[in-house]
Design a protein. Structure first.
Length: 213
């Protein structure tokens, strides 16, 4: 069984990833993956895509058809356009309702698997030390703070270990983002330097001024 130290670390990492990317973005990604699988909603989503293509084609044909010169053709396209539009709106309403239910279920499961599990572990292991600090290394008040709230004195509690993991993950994430931004900015700057100043078409080179003796 993995160590409780590793479990808490990866649990804090997963919470940080969810908070960084956002709940809505993760739900949309899971919704797309869910519809790629042979699920009850995959068929309706495929039909909705087909209706969208059909609607756009009918709309294009309707815009290119004159209602005065080709009234019969225009009226037929108009009826087909309105019919497909009605079907598409019904499909969208049903799909939005299903997605809302999907988002609620996924959000509940995600909370139980992250924050809910974190609270359960902190409650279950609240009296168990994560590891011990060598005696005499730190003052008494520091030992009390590191063992807060109910771990044995001189040890690190699971609550403190969770906060430490979150701090390390946040610092590492910020450092990676800053390094990426620095590298990207340096790359753009070097590309501009290699290109040199842009020459204006038709501009003649200015003759060098003669130096006076």
């Amino acid at each position: 069984m993995p160590s409780i130290l590793v479990i808490v670390f990866f649990l804090q990492l997963s919470i940080h990833i969810v908070n960084s990317f956002g709940v809505a973005a993760i739900n949309n990604l899971l919704w797309q993956i869910y519809n790629l699988l042979p699920t009850p909603t995959s068929k309706s989503v495929a039909e909705q895509r087909q209706l969208k293509k059909q609607f756009l084609k009918l709309r294009q044909d309707l815009n290119t058809t004159s209602s005065q010169d080709e009234f019969a053709k225009w009226a037929k396209l108009r009826r087909q356009h309105d019919k497909v539009l009605e079907q598409l709106e019904k499909s969208k309403t049903s799909s939005e309702s299903t997605k809302k239910t999907f988002d609620s279920v996924v959000s509940a499961l995600r909370w139980l698997g992250t924050n809910g599990l974190r609270l359960l572990l902190q409650f279950w292991y609240t009296k168990q030390p994560m590891f011990w600090i060598p005696g005499g290394w730190i003052p008494y008040y520091a030992e009390w703070m590191l063992s807060f709230p109910r771990a044995p004195l001189g040890s690190i509690s699971i609550q403190v270990w969770s906060v430490a993991c979150l701090a390390i993950i946040t610092l590492a994430s910020d450092a990676l983002i800053a390094a990426f931004a620095l590298v990207a900015g340096f790359k753009v700057k070097s590309e501009k330097t290699n290109k040199g100043p842009a020459k204006v078409p038709g501009e003649k080179a200015k003759p060098e001024s003669k130096k006076e003796l």
